[in-house]
Design a binder for this molecule. Structure first.
Ligand code: HEM
Length: 440
């Protein structure tokens, strides 16, 4: 996922309890402020989306201080239709609320996610060479190895923070392998990433964020120059040495796409693994099914991605007047597509509020759809599946020890902290399954 906007901080918000049914506690769509990250810490979030789908599936969000009105699509069919339609809806003026509401994205026409048409296809095809199964094989091997090693280490301690001690360390190394970033530089990159992503945190000011972003861009500019002289099979080499119609990519195109990968590849993959642990702890029957091998991990991975939907929304700007469900979206309007609602649409998913690892079919839109479908989807899936397999094979008792801490964001749904206790299966264990308790 490409993270330009609403940036997470370490806000002290608590994760909502398990979703309730669509009931009277759900706020009326007119009263909801989707620009405010606090909205996404509400306990009735799922019920809120059910109400949007039922009562105002093509909703005109009111103007809020500093933000013009925009459209909110919450039904699966509408979200998919707009994702698919890059003729009438463009990504070039932003693809997340923050940039869309500003009216522009500085990487427009250069970075994959905010480029449309033939240039998008050309850059994407160039990058796809580094995402082929052959090139990715050692990267995938690294994900599996690191996941097992980190879980083993954590199991020695029993009680630990699943985000800080485990999940935080895996995807950055995956993306590092994919891009051929020297291991010695990765810690520094994580530090810059954190500074860049923590824009709204009280700890870091806008200036620090700007400096960190420039450090990342400069770092990749230098690395790209090295790869031009001495290319490998990594994605930076592909960007730095590739040509389109005989012409190399511009410096901006190379550097912005590196920036997008290092930031985008990290955050959402981490978040779905963390969400998987919470979901398993809260659904002991599903944990038992996984442990006993009653569900296959590839199928289970899709349900974890649907259930966690780390990228809550993406968006587009209309290039022409478009009618959806009798409402007219005018040319120039901002349209937001809520994956976190579409993935629970009762018209597409039977009993959507049930966490069912064996769910098939599972047509979730966690990775988007259409021309901008996530280029890292295979790697995102690899992370989740590696974690599910490692937990199945190594863990017995699984317990949440305290309140998970939510990111402060209207874009990424995820956590900055998750205290857990995970033990090895009891020695005598038949299935090795122990009682699972929810947080206080
Ligand atoms: C695009 C989600 C992992 C890189 C997207 C989009 C979504 C998404 C929803 C569509 C954006 C749009 O339509 O505007 C996710 C999730 C992930 C994940 C949920 C993990 C669970 C990754 C990884 C990488 C990555 C691991 C890098 C290796 C990208 C890029 C795009 C993208 C470059 C833009 C593709 C294009 O415009 O053609 N992602 N992503 N993502 N993602 Fe991911």
């Amino acid at each position: 996922m490409r993270p330009i906007a609403p940036q997470p901080t370490d806000a002290e918000s608590d994760r909502p309890p398990a979703p309730g049914p669509h009931g009277p506690q759900a706020p009326h769509p007119d009263s909801v402020d989707l620009t405010d990250p606090l909205t996404f810490t509400r306990p009735e979030l799922r019920a809120m989306w059910a109400r949007f789908r039922a009562e105002s599936p093509v909703h005109r969000h009111r103007a809020t201080p500093g933000a013009p009105p925009f459209w909110v699509l919450s039904r699966h069919a509408d979200v998919v239709a707009v994702y698919r339609d890059d003729k009438r809806f463009t990504s070039e003026r932003g693809n997340v609320l923050a940039t869309l509401l500003q009216g522009e994205d500085s990487a427009s026409g250069k970075m994959l996610a905010v480029t449309d048409g033939p240039r998008h296809r050309e850059i994407r095809n160039l990058m796809l060479k580094s995402f082929s199964p052959r090139v990715l094989a050692p990267v995938v091997e690294g994900v599996n190895r690191r996941t097992v090693a980190l879980l083993d280490e954590a199991l020695e301690r029993g009680a630990f923070d699943f985000v800080v001690d485990l999940a935080d360390h895996i995807p950055i190394n995956t993306i590092g392998d994919l891009m051929g970033v020297p291991v010695a530089d990765r810690e520094q990159l994580v530090h810059w990433n954190t500074m860049t992503l923590s824009r709204t945190s009280a700890e870091h000011g806008a200036e620090e964020e700007w400096l960190a972003r420039n450090e990342i861009l400069l770092y990749f500019s230098e690395l790209a120059a090295k790869r031009r002289r001495d290319p490998g099979e990594d994605v930076i080499s592909a960007l730095a040495t590739g040509t389109v119609d005989g012409r190399p990519l511009t410096e901006d195109e190379i550097v912005f796409n590196c920036y997008s990968l290092i930031l985008g590849g990290d955050e959402s993959s981490r978040m779905s693994s963390v969400g998987a642990v919470i979901a398993l702890a809260e659904h002991p029957d599903q944990w038992k099914a996984l442990k006993e091998g009653l569900v296959d991990t590839a199928t289970a991975t899709e349900e974890v991605l649907r259930w966690t939907t780390p990228a809550m929304h993406f968006g587009r700007r209309a290039l022409t007047d478009v009618e959806i469900r009798g409402r007219t979206i005018a040319s120039g309007d901002v349209v937001t597509l809520w994956n976190s609602s579409a993935n629970f649409d009762e018209e597409v998913f039977a009993d959507p509020e049930r966490f069912d690892l064996a769910r098939t079919p599972n047509k979730h839109v966690a990775f988007g759809h259409g021309p901008h479908f996530c280029i890292g989807a295979f790697l995102g899936r690899t992370h989740v599946e590696a974690m599910l397999r490692a937990l199945r094979d190594k863990a017995g008792h699984l317990e949440l020890l305290g309140r998970p801490r939510l990111l402060h964001s209207n874009f990424v749904y995820g956590y900055t902290s998750l205290p857990v206790r995970i033990d090895r299966p009891a020695a005598s264990g038949t299935s090795g399954i122990s009682p699972v308790s929810a947080p206080p």
